[in-house]
Design a protein around this ligand. Structure first.
Ligand code: URP
Ligand code: ZN
Ligand code: ZN
Ligand code: ZN
Length: 508
């Protein structure tokens, strides 16, 4: 591991984490191609005190200001990862990368904000929120929270309102899988969808049929298939398709927008495509592992190797990934996450002899920007502006923090990357910046390299060196009623006016 960042002692070689006094709060990025989702142009970007002050050609500044030459390179909004699990207690373990190590790695890969999932404590949202505030104290990068809903009662309903109105959370996730722990039934999902709608909060679903997965797991164990391949065999695409379709239909019935996390199969993607074609507001989020990997690794004779790739929904047969890439390229799916959820080799080994006990999750926070560039842009599948849209802008719009995030505009936060399309990257657990000891993209080489990351107006990644500060990351409050809610009330009015008058019947 190349964990050169500040932990107990820091990268500056002393104890504590001092900001070098030479760090400038004023930076000029000169001569690059500035890329936003709507437009790109050759221009300079001038930032002061964490904010973009000017974007225009030929900005002149005094000698005292740090100038970064970006000639021939792309200057883009830092990535926003909509889906991570740092320091999450899950499956009898806790993810090994916490809010500091995961974020530091993400910064080295060009991501400058992420949204993590708060897990309630014994069903209590406020206790869960407090626990995550504590976990996130050493953040070195900006972050926001989604919140999972795992139980239903009056208190939960009231706490959802508090989360939205007072705590800056505008999305709630419902797990249709993980029977016996996070899973919710249709009744809870429907209550949740109604509440989300009334609060202007976005409902998110992990879409796999948990009851059927449970059955599939029993089937595998009965057949004596106890290794990692049993994980994939126990929860085939049809169960993802079913749950995706069900969640979409219930969201349609309630008339509220829906966000489907980690779309891993053609089956789920087709349900999203169908709903969108019919005019329904459904957002589909593929994750890097689902776009790039295939299930052949799960049949590797080495348990430890195969176990690294266990996540849910599982990594699918080759073919699903390419279909998901095409869907992402054409707007059927809208943005890319990672579902970053790392367990080290020792933790993964909990599942030797029983795939049901392998903690689920793979890495991605550090690799996402590079792998999406290489796979989608360098390959010619999408434009540079679309790259910015799917890695940053669309996430900021969906979670209602645009254009503070997700854009290089005057007044936006100075979260900026400089990517050199002529350089290259190589991924290895020997050089990554996570705490975890393996990497599912080990040995992956590709085109394009994030050479500079600026987060909150500070250069945190340059010359392959990380300079991060625990506590420098800010909590980003996300207000409700994003653009996805515009006009929902009109559709409701139409629905109610379409109801025919009830029949008046005599009681005889
Ligand atoms: O395997 C996964 N995906 N782990 C993280 C939890 C989740 O379902 O998102
Ligand atoms: Zn999930
Ligand atoms: Zn081994
Ligand atoms: Zn997840």
């Amino acid at each position: 591991n190349n964990n050169q960042f500040c932990d107990a002692t820091n990268i500056y070689g002393d104890s504590g984490c001092n900001v070098p006094s030479s760090v400038s709060s004023k930076i000029l990025i000169k001569g690059g191609t500035v890329v936003n989702a709507h437009h790109k142009e050759v221009a300079d970007v001038y930032i002061e005190d964490g904010t973009i002050v000017a974007v225009q050609p030929n900005i002149k500044v005094g000698d005292d200001i740090k100038v970064i030459d970006a000639t021939g390179k792309l200057v883009m909004p830092g990535g926003i990862d909509p889906h991570t699990h740092l320091a999450m207690e899950f499956m009898g373990s806790e993810t090994i990368d916490d809010f500091f190590s995961g974020q530091a790695a993400a910064l080295a890969g060009g991501t400058t904000m992420h949204i993590d999932f708060v897990i309630p404590v014994n069903g209590s949202l406020s206790a869960g929120y407090e626990a995550y505030v504590e976990k996130a104290k050493r953040s070195c990068m900006d972050y926001g929270f989604h919140m999972a809903i795992t139980k239903w009662n009056e208190t939960v309903s009231e706490e959802m309102e508090i989360m939205v109105k007072e705590k800056g959370i505008n999305s709630f996730k419902f797990f249709l899988a993980y029977k016996g722990s996070f899973m919710v039934n249709d009744e809870l999902l429907m209550e949740g969808l109604k509440k989300c709608k009334s609060l202007g909060a976005l409902a998110m679903v992990h879409a796999e049929n948990g009851d059927a997965v449970f059955e599939g797991q029993k089937r595998m164990i009965e057949l004596g298939i106890t290794g990692p391949e049993g994980h994939a065999l126990s929860r085939p695409p049809v169960l993802e398709g079913e749950a995706t379709a069900r969640a979409i239909r219930l969201a349609s019935f309630v008339n509220t927008p829906l966000y489907v996390v980690h779309v891993m199969s053609i089956d789920a993607m087709e349900e999203i495509a169908r709903a969108r074609k019919s005019g329904q507001r459904v957002v589909g989020e593929p994750v890097v592992s689902g776009l790039l990997l295939n299930d052949s690794v799960l049949w590797d004779p080495d348990f430890h190797f195969a176990a690294r790739y266990i996540m849910s929904p599982p990594i699918r047969e080759a073919g699903h990934g390419t279909a998901l890439q095409a869907a992402l390229a054409t707007g059927i799916l809208q943005l890319v996450g990672t579902d970053h959820c790392t367990f080290n080799s020792t933790q993964k080994a909990l599942g030797i002899g029983d795939f049901r006990k392998i903690p689920n999750g793979v890495n991605g926070m550090e690799e996402r920007m590079h792998l999406v560039w290489d796979t989608m842009v360098a390959s010619g599948q999408i434009s540079v502006t679309d790259y910015v849209r799917i890695t940053s802008t669309e996430c900021a719009r969906i979670f209602n923090i645009y254009p503070r995030k997700g854009a290089l505009l005057v007044g936006s936060d100075a979260d900026i990357i400089i990517l050199n399309p002529n350089s290259s990257f190589e991924i290895s657990s020997k050089s990554h910046h996570y705490r975890t000891d393996t990497n599912v993209y080990e040995g992956w080489r590709g085109k394009g390299k994030v050479e500079v990351t600026i987060a909150g107006g500070r250069v945190v990644w340059e010359n392959d060196e990380l300079k991060v500060i625990p506590g420098a990351g800010k909590y980003i409050e996300m207000p409700p009623f994003s653009y996805l809610f515009d006009g929902i009330d009109k559709a409701d009015a139409k629905y109610f006016s379409s109801l025919r008058a009830p029949v008046k019947r005599s009681m005889t």
